[in-house]
Design a protein around this ligand. Structure first.
Ligand code: GTP
Ligand code: MG
Length: 455
């Protein structure tokens, strides 16, 4: 057997209808090496229908299976490049998208931004009300430092496969990626058609003007032509195996004949059968009986692995999404009574004062937290202090604030456990702020923290 490929989680972001699902469906269909048996079934059943219909069936099947199974959705939306096994997180473009985006990106190593080059679609995607910028800003703030831009629907430019249009999109998108904080020189832009498959897997014939992309990186330059090549040329994620275990739960299932099965992605550390886990804020300990990934038993699960694991003597009722599992013997996770964070206010129609209590999305948890104290207003770019104890914060401001969760919650400083140390704050159905956690105050003993300061 060959060496197992490095796992990479890719979050797909972009405006509604830009072609996120079509593009990823194509990749999974063409390169999905893992669940071959299932794909073959589709091939047979769909021998006469067009690709689009096949993809549609694939999507429906995924949905049906998601409702039934535990890790099946993940196993299907996987594909292989030469170097990596990639798991796709397709952030849906509907109402709930920000929330899903945040829980999605908090697990992602790379963001694939899909931008439609079609007439009018590009323009509305990058407009103020469009989602292209917002998604990109979220990805950046939440720590996804590698981004690939897929300029899609090149078959729909006027005339089709138009170089000028591609260049226009590259220029526009580079401009705002730079403002957000990405280095456009390090971002590959690839023209494709997710629909016809142009330049996805094999080098484009229809866009002879596209000689490939070349990016400059500290670790060395990279180049290539197709979307698959770009994905294969990403910087492998640095996995933090040596840190203590942190595994935020995505879901907890009760499986007949098996028992309680929490599922989630290992962010740091290692998970092994026989280990005693501490769950926070549930404050429960339990022994791991077995671990499964993509339907196969595992003896050692590593950072980046999406796993389901079976635990002894814990009822499914006592655990929930948002809880964090860690090693009971090695820096076990704890809930916090407060934490200090640097936030950037993105969209808030009015003035934010102390006492403001939006919902925070941090790893897989969603908990209302109170802005108990506005400590300092700071310059967004330089980080320099502008004002002590500001009275109000408005859109565009950056500040250091003290936050108090209204119910028990486990978070960490960004410095110790990055994936558990960044969040988005939601209110009025939008993302009002994003932030990174500078320090935490662990809740003493077994008592839940009380939200004294806020109503
Ligand atoms: P949401 O999940 O709703 O945000 O949409 P999405 O970004 O996943 O887009 P989806 O893949 O569902 O595609 C939207 C529409 O655009 C569909 O009708 C696709 O058939 C069409 N489409 C996607 N990619 C291409 C492309 O490369 N060329 C053309 N012509 N149509 C495309
Ligand atoms: Mg979609």
């Amino acid at each position: 057997m060959g060496k197992e490929k490095t796992h990479v989680n890719v979050v797909i972001i972009g405006h509604v209808d830009s072609g996120k699902s079509t593009t990823t469906g194509h990749l999974v269909y063409k390169c999905g090496g893992v669940d071959q048996r299932r794909l073959e079934k589709f091939e047979k059943a769909a021998a006469q229908v067009r690709f689009k219909q096949k993809k549609f069936q694939l999507k429906k099947k995924v949905k049906a299976e998601r409702e039934r199974g535990i890790t099946i959705d993940i196993s299907l939306l996987k594909f292989n490049t030469q170097k990596f096994t990639m798991t796709i997180i397709d952030a849906p473009g509907h109402r709930d998208f920000i929330k899903n985006m945040i829980t999605g990106t908090s697990q992602a190593d790379v963001a694939l931004l899909v931008v439609s080059a079609a007439k009018g679609e590009y323009e509305s995607g990058v407009s103020r009300s469009g989602q292209t910028r917002e998604h990109s800003l979220l990805a950046y703030t939440l720590g996804v430092k590698q981004i690939i831009v897929c300029v899609n629907k090149m078959d729909m430019t006027e005339p089709p496969y138009n170089q000028k249009r591609f260049e226009e999109v590259v220029k526009g998108v580079s401009g705002f990626l730079k403002k957000i904080g990405y280095d456009p020189q390090a971002v590959p832009f690839v023209p494709v058609s997710g629909w016809t498959g142009e330049n996805m897997i094999t080098a484009t014939q229809k866009m002879p003007w596209f000689q490939g992309w070349k990016v400059r990186r500290r670790e060395g330059n990279a180049s290539g032509r197709t979307l698959l090549e770009v994905l294969d040329a990403i910087q492998p994620p640095v996995r933090t195996i040596n840190k203590p275990l942190r595994l935020p739960l995505q879901d907890v299932y009760k499986i007949g004949g098996v028992g309680t099965v929490p599922v989630g992605k290992i962010e740091t550390g290692v998970l092994k059968p026989g280990m005693t886990l501490m769950f926070s804020p549930a404050k429960l300990t339990a022994e791991v009986k077995s671990i499964e990934m993509h339907h196969q038993g595992l003896q050692t699960a590593l950072p980046g692995h999406n796993v389901g694991f079976n635990i002894k003597n814990v009822s499914v009722k006592n655990l929930r999404r948002g809880d964090v599992a860690g090693n009971a013997q090695h820096d076990p996770p704890s809930d916090v009574s407060s934490f200090e964070a640097q936030v950037i206010i993105l969209n808030h129609p009015g003035r934010i004062k102390s006492g403001y209590s939006p919902v925070l999305d941090c790893h897989t948890a969603h908990v209302t937290c109170c802005f108990a104290e506005l400590k300092e207003k700071i310059d967004r770019r330089t980080g320099k202090k502008l004002e002590d104890q500001p009275q109000v914060l408005i859109s565009g401001d950056a500040a250091t604030v003290k936050l108090v969760p209204i119910k028990p919650m486990c978070v960490e400083s960004f410095f110790s456990y990055p994936p558990l140390g960044r969040f988005a704050a939601r209110d009025l159905k939008q993302t009002v702020a994003v932030g990174v956690i500078k320090s935490v105050v662990k809740a003493p003993g077994t008592k839940a923290p009380k939200a004294q300061v806020c109503k």
